[in-house]
Design a protein around this ligand. Structure first.
Ligand code: BV8
Length: 249
């Protein structure tokens, strides 16, 4: 039986035809992927993500930035989707119109089966030419790092949105519309510090949606159509889906 999920949230989800979800690093924490707020370890301990995830850092020290992403790429490829990812893929099947907006670049939502997916900040498993913008699926892992683009020789870079870079406008517009049009908006595993993604829950709420925030920062409490749940996404999301499935039977 599911734990103490607020009845008001379950009722809103049951009657919703249009649900949008925003996820952050907390959803992948239970897959062993450190969140941005977790202190970086090992030789990366002396850097903050903001220092490395920027065009200036790449210009200043492309090899260092490339190696940081190569380490993270290997980690996400070795990781597995956790029950939180799977529950969101199941939720997509229970709702007539569902949009999953993620800040995560690890590709785990797609591997868990989510399809209506917007990757606002790109995907670390993809690599592109830093000049032509064309994707590159294989590259020579030789001495020269970052590897040169096979066609023009410019440095390759990860296909992610760095701090100070514009988000892909089509993805951002789709996410904004999903937030405006949804009846329920779930913000899961994000500290809500990075813009413009952090504004999406407010957009949904201001357009009349019921909003729920699930992470380890908040204290569980409810207001009219605003729910704060303190908990782990890998535990709470499967309970939420189980409850909705029970109610649908
Ligand atoms: C933009 C990809 C404008 C890269 C990421 C100065 C100059 C330029 C811009 C700015 C500036 N000052 C401010 C800005 C805006 C800036 C910004 O918001 N900065 C912040 C730091 C203040 N934003 C940008 O730069 C964006 N672009 O504004 O462009 C523009 C306009 C026109 C022309 C040019 C430019 C770009 C932002 C995207 C940056 N890229 N990722 C990479 O991954 O390497 S951001 C990256 O950090 C993630 O994608 C994610 O978005 C963010 C981390 O946040 P969270 O996911 O929330 O993770 P966090 O660790 O913070 O929190 C974890 C949460 O999980 C916690 O709440 C915790 O409680 C919870 N949790 C933990 N475990 C669990 C859990 N919850 C549930 N279950 C658990 N088990």
């Amino acid at each position: 039986m599911s734990a103490s999920l607020p009845t008001g949230l379950i009722t809103a989800l049951q009657s919703a035809r249009n649900v949008a979800v925003l996820t952050g690093a907390g959803v992948s924490a239970e897959s062993g992927i450190p969140t941005f707020r977790d202190a970086q370890s090992g030789l990366w301990a002396k850097y903050s993500p903001e220092e490395l995830a920027s065009p200036a850092a790449f210009r200043r020290n492309p090899r260092l930035v490339w190696e940081w992403y190569a380490m993270r790429r290997a980690a996400v490829l070795a990781a597995q989707p956790n029950p939180g990812h799977v529950a969101l893929a199941q939720l997509e099947q229970l709702v007539p119109h569902f949009t999953l907006i993620t800040q995560n670049v690890d590709g785990l939502h797609a591997r868990a089966g989510s399809r209506a997916l917007i990757e606002l900040h790109g995907n670390i498993t993809k690599v592109r030419c830093s000049v032509e913008g064309t994707f590159c699926s294989t590259w020579a892992e030789g001495e020269e790092l970052p590897p040169p683009c096979p066609t023009c020789g410019a440095p390759l870079r990860p296909h992610v949105v760095w701090f100070g870079e514009q988000l892909p406008l089509d993805a951002l517009q789709q996410a904004w519309i999903a937030a405006e049009e949804c009846e329920v908006f779930l913000s899961i595993g994000t500290s809500g510090l990075v813009e413009p993604a952090a504004s999406l829950p407010r957009v949904a709420y201001s357009h009349g949606a019921t909003v729920a925030v699930l992470n380890l920062d908040v204290n569980t409490r409810s207001e009219a159509r605003l729910f704060y749940l303190h908990g782990r996404s890998g535990e709470v999301l499967p309970q939420l889906v189980e409850r909705l499935m029970e109610e649908q039977q």
